[in-house]
Each structure stands twice: as structure tokens, then as C-alpha cells.
Design a protein. Structure first.
Ligand code: CA
Length: 227
């Protein structure tokens, strides 16, 4: 799951980015409208947008319209703002934001609201993804076999999520890297293969009934283990 955070206050942005990573998401953090416009035009797509209103080059509300026009019509949007006047809240919701949080706020409150907007029908499929014995819960960010949680580091969870969201189809290396790394993250060559091989061992040890198949030179796909 990938979130775009547009916020120009460095301390708040750092705290939010940390909380979002801690929730096992990928975060693209940008500080201006112009950078965010560019990111929204990329084909990668976002699962949620967190937008500050007072940005150095304008009102973050203008990004909502762009997001709705660039093929991310249903993406949940939460506005973060120092403006807490009723008028500003109504304006934000009128422009198509899903929620509005006034600064200062507790990071935990924002995370709770994020989960709430993601849970709304038509945003993210709240039903867990299933294959073999494996159940992947997008909202709770966990993979289970039966009742047992398969614990894994964030990046392996993100690889598994990307494969499960396109189960049975080949996911190209570049798509997997995009699913795992945020803008500005350092991507080391072969890191992806290392995540995949650890994930394979973990799934096998958990008797998940799925296997990650290598499509040489292209990418990977997840499929049910053949009996
Ligand atoms: Ca600001």
C-alpha cells in the first residue's frame, strides 16, 4: 500500500512518515504542490493521499481535483491543516476530500482516520486476499495461515502484498520495486531478490500453500503450490 504525503513542515512530515512506515506502508513524502502534481501523474497510483493545505506554492486542496482527474478517482484523501474554521472544513469536503484533520493533531488520530477512510466501500477491498492457505489482510497489514500470524519485515510484507494483489499474474521487477520503495529511498541492486528469497522460505515454513515463481528476466508471480 502506498501513501502520498504532501507536507512542508519537516518535523511533522518526519513523524507522519515514521508512523506510516510503522504501519507497513510505503510513503512518498513531498513538500510542494508542483512535486506532488508530478507524482500524481505517474502511473504508479496511490492508496491514499494526505495533503497539507498551506503549502509553499499554494493550497493543497487543488491537488484533490488533480487526483480525481488523473485516474485516481476513488483514492481516499485526508486534508491536514491549521485552518480549523467551519468554512475551511466545508470547503475541503466540497472539493472532494474524504476527511479533514486540524493541526495540531495526534499522529495516532490521523492513523485511525486513515484506516477509517480506507475501510469505506469502494476504496480498498476490505476483504482479505486469499491463496492456498494464505490470507493477506490489506487493512490490518498482516499475513496469516489459519490463525497464525506470519511475522515479516515491512519490505517482505510489501512484496507479498504486491504479488497477492496481482495473484496468478507476473509482476515485473520494476513494479515490485515501486511497491516496496518510496521516492528517494535507496534501491540496492539484488535487494529485491533477497526479499523474495527470504519471503519464500517464510511462506514455506508457514505451510502457506503458495509459491513464488521466478519469471526469468521479467519478474515474479505467486501461485498456489501444486499438490
Ligand atoms: Ca504547511
Amino acid at each position: 500500500m502506498r501513501v502520498l504525503l504532501v507536507e512542508d513542515e519537516p518535523e511533522l512530515a518526519a513523524a507522519l512518515s515514521a508512523a506510516l512506515r510503522n504501519y507497513d506502508l510505503v510513503v512518498d513524502h513531498l513538500s510542494t504542490i508542483s512535486d506532488a502534481e508530478e507524482a500524481l501523474r505517474l502511473p504508479r497510483g496511490y492508496d491514499a493521499l494526505l495533503l497539507d493545505r498551506s503549502l509553499p506554492d499554494g493550497d493543497g486542496l487543488t491537488l484533490v481535483k488533480l487526483a480525481r482527474e488523473t485516474g485516481q478517482g476513488g483514492v481516499p484523501v485526508i486534508m491536514l491543516t491549521a485552518r480549523s474554521e467551519l468554512h475551511d472544513r466545508i470547503e475541503g469536503l466540497d472539493e472532494g476530500a474524504d476527511d479533514y484533520i486540524a493541526k495540531p493533531f495526534a499522529v495516532e488520530e490521523l492513523m485511525a482516520r486513515l484506516r477509517a477512510v480506507l475501510r469505506r466501500p469502494g476504496t480498498l477491498d476490505a476483504k482479505p486476499l486469499r491463496m492456498g492457505e494464505l490470507r493477506f489482510d490489506l487493512l490490518n497489514r498482516e499475513a496469516r495461515v489459519g490463525e497464525s500470524l506470519i511475522e515479516m519485515p515491512r519490505r517482505e510484507l510489501l512484496v507479498l502484498e504486491a504479488l497477492m494483489r496481482r495473484a496468478g499474474r507476473t509482476v515485473e521487477r520494476s513494479s515490485l520495486e515501486e511497491a516496496v520503495y518510496g521516492l528517494g529511498d535507496d534501491i540496492q541492486s539484488n535487494a529485491l531478490d533477497a526479499h523474495v528469497s527470504r519471503l519464500r522460505r517464510r511462506l514455506e515454513a508457514a505451510a502457506a500453500g503458495v509459491e513464488i515463481h521466478t519469471i526469468r528476466g521479467i519478474g515474479y508471480l505467486i501461485r498456489q503450490t501444486r499438490a
